[in-house]
Write a protein that binds this ligand. Sequence first.
Ligand SMILES: Nc1ncnc2c1ncn2[C@@H]1O[C@H](COP(=O)(O)OP(=O)(O)OP(=O)(O)O)[C@@H](O)[C@H]1O
Ligand SMILES: [Mg+2]
Length: 269
Amino acid sequence: MQPLIQVESLRKHYRDGKGLDSGHVVPALDEVSFAIAPGSTLALVGESGSGKSTLALCLACLERPTSGRIWFGGRNIAALCEKQLRAVRPQIQLVFQDPASSLNPRFTALEIVTEPLVLQRIWKRRQTREWGVALLERVGLSMEMAGRRVGEFSGGQRQRLAIARALSLEPKLLILDEALSALDCSVQAKIANLLLELQSSFALTYLFITHDLAMAAHFADEIAVMDRGRIVEQGIPEKLLGSPQHEATRCLVAATPGSIVTLNIPGVC
Ligand SMILES: Nc1ncnc2c1ncn2[C@@H]1O[C@H](COP(=O)(O)OP(=O)(O)OP(=O)(O)O)[C@@H](O)[C@H]1O
Ligand SMILES: [Mg+2]
């Protein structure tokens, strides 16, 4: 099967000084290659600073990679100009850890969800509103909440709102960058289940970035481990966690409290 997205030898180098010629180069991504099959979930784990968010930003076309290719819809989107990227960006959406900082506090829930459609001028007002209300209901926010503003929602409800907004343009790929990390356990489980339901009803493909190995094992078809800008190991959860090959994977497994065991993954204890 053709992958939905295929990344080849991706590099992203930042300069950590102020001027263009000053400072040394930080290789945030270094020869990263992987593919995600349509409708599947790849979890990306790795210690802080290993390059996960940089990869998310490059895939969502919000950062330009230094070199390498990102194949999506038959095109190398890493080589497209700004005008061409405008057609690609709606298809790859990003949900962050802290929705409060990315959602406009002055907007109602309905305005937040429908804004991307309004900006793209896709539908008439009534149709846009109906789609917005349907999306809010689909993520578990009732019609009565449509007029509330961000400040009136709990953390879990805000994350539901951010997910509804990300789905408004019917993307193919949803990147969840620590999207569940700030939530407490029971809310995390509810939103994880919601994401699984949405995946099948919207035929979504996920890149699920997390620090939580147990959640990655529960949620993903495959796990990729990042270490200092590189993917050092990738495989199905049972195998990767049952017999980790790379030191970085072993460290992550060792640092995870017994919770992976409760997920009933053979070989992990
Ligand atoms: N805009 C930037 N300018 C300079 N360096 C950056 C920039 N963004 C990221 N970096 C550096 O790139 C490396 C990777 O950062 P990134 O945010 O991708 O890590 P991460 O794996 O998402 O970490 P975390 O788990 O803490 O979110 C780090 O060394 C970081 O300091
Ligand atoms: Mg990050």
